[in-house]
Design a protein around this ligand. Structure first.
Ligand code: UDX
Length: 366
């Protein structure tokens, strides 16, 4: 990407846009500013994930790596005590000190990008992350524009027949759906623990995962006798599925996911109970937001390595699927209030309208 700088510069010179929006191309302001073009750094991870580490208050000395000890406390002024990383989890942020491209770390890339822009934009909403967004704005001395969740409202394609028919065979709200995003590749042992956890819930399930480390297909990695035992009620699929359409199917009652930022919004918009098994640093923070602050989901207990047992997974799922469960009813109620708000007429479009208005004002401000 960095090596396309000359080409990008040429396009910007030729097209003379009013704005350039970018994410990790930290050099965009250097290119656009001399041409009088405004820049917006648009982040598609949560405000929490930026605020906890990618801010000047971290006082990172150039060329020096951030240590786990330094990361163990949030930066000065960080405005939340619940959306935080605990103990060994801080290790999930150590990657920010590593090179990300040539001659620059992830931390420097992100911070330079935010220092140089005219405005920071975040795919979030004030109802959920107001204090965190304000904190980022104060840290960089920049306006922060929010785009809201930006999810498709109506342009859905029908669910593939294979899944529609299979799901139609189950009662409403009875199937557990699990999808771990676009990146995660599990160790074989952890994948086996995961599917055994689903088996022991006794519930119907559809699990979508990439083949684990060292296996070329998902089938060859499954525990012995597993497919036979769950035949008719459980499917583990190694390919891509239409997550949004599956979540919309009336038979789905629970969504187990890593709380990647995309899945976080999609789960909030859905009718399902939410069970979270975060993996990366931002996913852990998103999980804290969902489970601790909004109380719309439960988090599966994990060990120091971030691994979970089949019992912990199964108990978390049964705990929210059991009709008499107090925790299950509490998160269902809270989730339904958030869903109502997020799905309310004009909620998403008013964020987009406001975003355009913010851009217009920025453009008018010479
Ligand atoms: O089979 C699939 C799997 C995934 N998807 C879609 O792919 C998207 C996955 O996005 P997620 O953010 O949940 O997960 P990813 O693994 O892609 O996340 C990555 O980028 C965002 C960060 O917050 C995450 O930490 C990082 O893992 C979702 O929109 C989901 O609907 C499918 O449509 N089908």
């Amino acid at each position: 990407m960095d090596r396309t700088r000359d080409q990008v510069e040429k396009i910007i010179r030729d097209q003379k846009p009013d704005f350039v929006m970018y994410d990790m191309a930290y050099w965009i302001p250097e290119v656009a500013r001399p041409l009088g073009i405004k820049t917006i750094k648009y982040s598609v991870v949560s405000a929490a994930a930026i605020a906890i580490v990618l801010v000047p208050a971290r006082n990172v000395v150039e060329g020096k790596a951030i240590t786990a000890a330094e990361l163990s406390a949030p930066p000065t002024g960080y405005p939340s005590t619940s959306v935080v990383l605990r103990g060994h989890e801080v290790r999930s942020l150590l990657f920010v000190s590593q090179p990300y491209g040539e001659g620059i770390t992830f931390y420097e890339r992100a911070c330079t990008g935010m220092k140089g822009c005219d405005a920071i934009a975040i795919r979030s909403c004030y109802e959920m992350e107001e204090k965190l967004c304000d904190y980022i704005g104060r840290q960089y001395g920049k306006p922060v524009f929010l785009t809201g969740p930006v999810l498709p409202e109506s342009t859905r394609t029908p669910l593939e027949d294979r899944w529609a028919q299979w799901l139609n065979g189950f009662e409403a709200g009875s199937v557990v759906f699990c999808s771990f995003g676009s990146q995660l590749i599990l160790e074989k042992e952890q994948l086996q623990e995961l599917v055994l956890g689903f088996e022991s819930t006794g519930l119907p399930f559809l699990v979508v995962l990439k083949p684990p480390v060292g296996s070329s297909t998902i089938e060859e990695a499954l525990p012995e006798g597993f497919e036979e035992r769950v035949k008719g009620r459980g499917v583990v699929w190694g390919g891509w599925v239409q997550q949004l359409e599956i979540l919309d199917h009336p038979s789905i009652g629970c969504f187990v996911n890593t709380c990647g930022f995309g899945s976080m919004w999609e789960s909030l918009m859905s009718d399902c109970q939410i069970v979270l098994v975060p993996h990366l640093g931002d996913q852990i923070l998103n999980t804290r937001l969902m489970a601790e602050e909004l109380k719309v989901a439960v988090e599966v207990e994990r060990d120091e390595k971030g691994w979970f047992t089949k019992e912990n997974l199964s108990n978390a799922i049964k705990g929210v699927m059991d009709k008499d469960s107090e925790v299950g009813s509490m998160i269902k109620k809270n989730h339904s209030e958030w869903r109502k708000l997020l799905r309310s007429e004009g909620f998403m479009s008013s964020y987009i309208d406001k975003f355009f208005q913010n851009m217009q004002e920025l453009a008018d401000h010479k």
